[in-house]
Every structure is written in structure tokens, then in C-alpha cells.
Design a protein around this ligand. Structure first.
Ligand code: PLP
Length: 365
């Protein structure tokens, strides 16, 4: 029997599961991970906290993750200057699960979600997975959001959920606060619309977080993750900030005890080491800017990046360039954006290996 013989839901037929191809090569710059392992003192603290949690693993974990949500609210407050409390924060297993819970609550059969493509493909896949109809919204040729075209798309499609990814994956571009304000107003003018601002990469941005826009916008949600800036992709910890009514609504769909005691303990240990981890973010921002400069010096077109990755081109056959770079031991990402490829900022040595490979490859084009 194969998958086509199973009574799978119609909207899932013929779809492919999400996932970047993982290949065993020396330099892996394809999944926007943080290249720095957690520092040893933090590893020791995680072991301590997890041991403590292990003593009560016969019991279910704190269903409401109170201590963790307090810690996350504190982190948001200190890094943005915009005060958040535990009641305005919710956490789950990766921001993907946060987004899934939001779509289970505010999307679903008979409802739709709109995002500006190219963007993070999981917004579409989670929409489909929750029975939410997906609508591909427009972008300008330079990958910024064309406000007039966006407002026209909102009026035409009347989505229930609007995604704004800032900084956007795979382009790297951040969205201006004025654009988000205008999109929120335009969406609400059509019908009540949940506006999900995905800030997975915001710590790497040259711009401030859009978090303060939550003030006076009860249907806006900001999603965040510990997978990127905190260097803890393996932890699976994402969170959101929103009006407390949104947090209350999400309780209707979350599984009981969805966040394990081990996850909560590990995330709390990571929060204790925020300053050190944000130090790595500064290193990565410097490396990102260095790679942008070097690619431009090679005569390539580079999309301005506010993330820990860079979109560059343009190539007649990006897949051939991707393969040629891979043949030199460096794995980057071909997201299918016409003419473009994407590379994650790594350690200085990884970035040098990438730049050497690109320099050679483009000479041979
Ligand atoms: C824009 C964006 N949002 C969310 C995520 C998912 O992050 P998490 O690991 O928290 O599920 C990613 C991961 O690559 C991403 O690129």
C-alpha cells in the first residue's frame, strides 16, 4: 500500500512534506540555524534544571508553563522596552506549533489565510494542515510589500488570518512599522482579521521589533522562537505575545500538557543566559553584514538582510549554481525563488568557505 491508497484528506493529496534536504557535507548553511553551540556553563545549567525536573516526571508538567511565560515576558520587556506580562504570552513546541494553534483557533474549514509570497512556506503548509484555505498575496519585484496591491488583495479575498513575516524568510527583508499599521487597518476595515507577525529572526534585524504595535491592536499577534537567536533549534520552543484574550482563545485548542517539564526546564535555563546568547547574535550580525558586502563586491545582487541569512542572485540557473557550490562542500538553500539562492550566516570560517566557493563558481558561469 502507498499513501495514494489511503483515505487521506483531499487537500493533502499530492502534497510534499516540508523539509530542507540535509546532506552530509562539511559546511551546512541551509537551514538558518545558529552555528554556535550553547556555551558550556549553560549546558551545565540545563543539566541541573533538567535533573530537578526529572525528580517529578511522574507528574504532569505545569500545563500553563507559568514560570516560563513569566521569563519570556521579562525577556520581551527588557529587549523591546514594551512591557508584557505572563498573561499576554503563550509558549509551545516551536513557533510552528504556536502558528498551528493560532490557525486551529482562528482559521480552519471555511476560513482562509493570506501571506505575501515568497515567504516562510510553513505558513501555507500549516494553513492547509488545519483546513484553512491559503491565498498567495503579492510582493514587489524587490521583495518588499506593495501596500496598494496588498490592500486590494485583502479587499478581494477577505482572509480571516493575515501573515506578515518580518524579517521575511527567505528574502531577509524586514517590514516597516507603518506598513504593518496600514495592513492591520486595511484588514480590519474588511472584516475582523487576525494579523500574525512572525518575528522568528527579529533579534538579527537592524530595525526595532514590531512588538509595540500590539498596543491598541487586539487582533495582532507576534510570534517568536528560541530556535534562532537563542541557538536552541533542538529545544523546540516558540512563543507568542498578544492581547490576553488571544492567549485565552488558544487554550481552546492546545493539547493538555503540551510543553514537557524537560522543555520548560531547558528553556528557563536558556533564559538565564540571555546576555551571552545575544552576544553570539551580535557576532552573527557582523558576519552577515560582511558576507553581504563580499557578495556585492563580487557583483552579485543581494537583498538587504535583517536576518541571519542572505538572499542573493541573480542566476539564470540557480539550481546549477547551488549544485556547483555543493560540489565544493558547502550546502546552501534553493528555495525556488526565481534567480535567487539563500545562505545562512555561519561562523567566520564557514562564511569564508562559502565565499571561496561562490567566487570560484561565478567565475565559471
Ligand atoms: C519565518 C520563520 N518562522 C518560524 C520558523 C519556525 O521556527 P521554530 O523552530 O520555532 O518552529 C522558522 C524556521 O525556520 C522561520 O523561518
Amino acid at each position: 500500500m502507498n499513501i495514494d491508497d489511503l483515505p487521506v484528506r483531499d487537500e493533502l493529496r499530492g502534497q510534499s512534506p516540508y523539509g530542507a534536504p540535509q546532506l552530509d557535507v562539511p559546511v551546512q548553511l541551509n537551514t538558518n540555524e545558529n552555528p554556535y553551540p550553547l556555551p558550556e556553563p549553560l549546558v551545565a545549567r540545563i543539566a541541573e534544571r533538567v535533573a530537578e525536573a526529572a525528580r517529578t516526571l511522574n507528574r504532569y508538567p505545569d500545563r500553563d508553563a507559568v514560570e516560563l511565560r513569566e521569563g519570556l515576558a521579562r525577556y520581551l520587556t527588557t529587549t523591546t522596552g514594551f512591557a508584557r506580562t505572563r498573561e499576554q504570552v503563550w509558549a509551545a513546541n516551536g513557533s510552528n506549533e504556536v502558528i498551528q494553534q493560532l490557525l486551529q483557533t482562528f482559521g480552519g474549514p471555511g476560513r482562509s489565510a493570506l501571506g505575501f509570497e515568497p515567504s516562510y512556506q510553513m505558513h501555507e503548509l500549516i494553513s492547509r494542515g488545519t483546513g484553512t484555505r491559503w491565498i498567495a498575496g503579492p510582493r514587489r519585484a524587490d521583495f518588499t510589500i506593495d501596500l496598494d496591491a496588498a490592500i486590494a488583495a485583502l479587499a478581494e479575498h477577505r482572509p480571516d488570518v493575515l501573515f506578515v513575516c518580518s524579517p521575511n524568510n527567505p528574502t531577509g527583508t524586514a517590514v516597516e512599522a507603518d506598513t504593518v499599521r496600514a495592513l492591520y487597518d486595511a484588514a480590519q476595515a474588511v472584516k475582523p482579521t487576525m494579523v500574525i507577525v512572525d518575528e522568528a529572526y527579529v533579534e538579527f534585524s537592524h530595525r526595532d521589533s514590531l512588538l509595540p504595535l500590539l498596543a491598541g491592536r487586539p487582533l495582532m499577534v507576534v510570534t517568536r522562537t528560541m530556535s534562532k537567536a537563542f541557538g536552541a533549534a533542538g529545544l523546540r520552543l516558540g512563543y507568542l505575545a498578544a492581547d490576553r484574550a488571544v492567549v485565552d482563545a488558544v487554550q481552546l485548542v492546545r493539547l493538555p500538557y503540551h510543553l514537557s517539564a524537560v522543555t520548560q526546564a531547558t528553556a528557563l535555563a536558556c533564559l538565564e543566559h540571555t546576555e551571552t546568547l545575544l552576544g553570539y547574535v551580535e557576532l552573527l550580525k557582523g558576519e552577515r553584514d560582511r558576507v553581504v558586502g563580499a557578495l556585492r563586491a563580487l557583483g552579485l545582487e543581494v537583498t538587504a538582510s535583517d536576518s541571519n541569512f542572505i538572499q542573493f542572485g541573480t542566476f539564470e540557473d540557480p539550481h546549477a549554481v547551488w549544485q556547483a557550490i555543493l560540489d565544493r562542500g558547502v550546502l546552501i538553500r534553493d528555495n525556488g525563488v526565481p534567480g535567487r539562492l539563500r545562505v545562512t550566516a555561519g561562523t567566520p570560517a564557514e562564511n569564508d568557505a562559502f565565499l571561496d566557493a561562490v567566487t570560484t563558481v561565478i567565475k565559471e558561469l
